[in-house]
Design a protein around this ligand. Structure first.
Ligand SMILES: [Mn+2]
Length: 347
């Protein structure tokens, strides 16, 4: 989707910045990639096959992408998500952990060298697993949601809902505790945050989506709003921040999304914000249009403004609008709504 036409689309609907994904979430052995909807597949194959373990994104490649975006009058604010092929043994504490940490350090240095301010990540074993899709949004618009948490064990060779080893032996991931996962995150931050500081890159953590205590029998890190604070306190640094997903936080069972927005924006810890709406909470919720869910989006925007938030807001995902360009129409609707709210706040 990283094409001049899509950059112009973003510019035309009022975007100033873009956040890009470089992971191909849709790579299947039997089909070409390039789908542009949200991936929902679960089961043994997950979303698809992880990328090339030896092809780290180079500074030149990243700089080229940034320049193509700037040519169209936009700024490249962030890359969202590492490829599981490059860091699966950091998540799994496996035999390649040391070389995978070196991969992450090199990637963060390359992101910094390319002049990209933020690297988003999601420290998760099961990843975004167990989503379903259906006519969940207004007018029967196709959207995603969760209807009960998937607890089928993760097969060997898979992490983050993608397959990194197609030839892995039979079996499933050994169970681990929540504290063990926090220990893995602490080591990751301890080693990567200093590199990010030096490279002038902000690491931004997405909360667990879906935000259940366990998914596919694996522990989750940030499945209640307060758990974000623990992540920040593990390694205080301007490079340790949040990819603050308003929708995911609203899906959590504890606390409220306004309090959480207040708490973390007041600390200046929001690297960028995913702004989308949802109906329901874990274990049952549906993603919906930005103006029809449980979240009072104008109230979120007012809190962000009051606390001086100056970063980027993105729609995250939206329902597909029934027409010849469902993804584009969904995004244009969400961005237009956000632009109108911003203009109201600026008055
Ligand atoms: Mn999100």
């Amino acid at each position: 989707m990283l094409t001049p036409a899509n950059y112009r689309f973003a510019k035309q609907i009022g975007c100033s910045h873009v956040v890009i994904h470089l992971v191909d979430y849709f790579r299947k052995p039997e089909q070409a990639s390039g789908a542009d909807n949200q991936p929902v597949d679960s089961g043994p194959g997950g979303w698809g096959i992880a990328g090339d373990p030896d092809a780290l994104w180079t500074a030149e490649e990243l700089r080229d992408i940034r320049r193509q975006i700037e040519v169209e009058g936009l700024r490249l604010e962030a890359i969202e998500n590492f490829d599981p092929a490059h860091w699966y043994d950091v998540l799994l504490d496996g035999p390649r952990r040391t070389s995978h940490m070196e991969n992450l350090k090199r990637l963060v240095r390359n992101v910094g060298a390319a002049g990209i301010p933020i690297m988003g990540y999601n420290f998760s074993i099961a990843g975004v697993a167990g989503r379903v899709s259906g006519p969940f949004a207004r007018g029967g618009a196709d959207s995603v949601g969760v209807d009960g948490v998937d607890q089928t064990p993760v097969p060997a060779g898979m992490v983050w809902n993608m397959v990194y080893d197609r030839y892995a032996k039979q079996g499933t991931l050994a169970p681990i505790s929540h504290e063990e996962l926090w220990r893995r995150l602490a080591r990751f931050l301890e080693e990567l945050v200093p590199v990010a500081e030096e490279a002038s890159v902000i690491l931004a953590a997405h909360p667990d989506d879906p935000p259940a205590e366990t998914v596919r029998g694996t522990p989750r890190l940030v499945y209640q709003p307060r758990m974000y604070q623990r992540l920040l306190d593990l390694k205080p640094s301007r490079s340790n921040a949040l990819e603050f997903c308003v929708g995911t936080i609203a899906e959590m069972t504890d606390g409220d999304v306004y309090k959480a927005t207040e708490q973390y924006s007041a600390q200046g810890k929001l690297a960028y914000v995913h702004l989308r709406n949802v109906k329901g909470k874990i274990p049952r919720y549906h993603e919906v249009f930005i103006d029809e869910g449980d979240i009072d989006v104008p109230r979120i925007m007012r809190i962000l403004k009051r606390n001086g938030y100056a970063g980027v807001l993105i729609p995250d995902h939206t329902p597909m609008v029934e027409c010849s360009a469902p993804w584009h129409a969904g995004m244009a609707y969400a961005v237009g709504y956000m632009r109108a709210l911003l203009q109201t706040l600026e008055q």
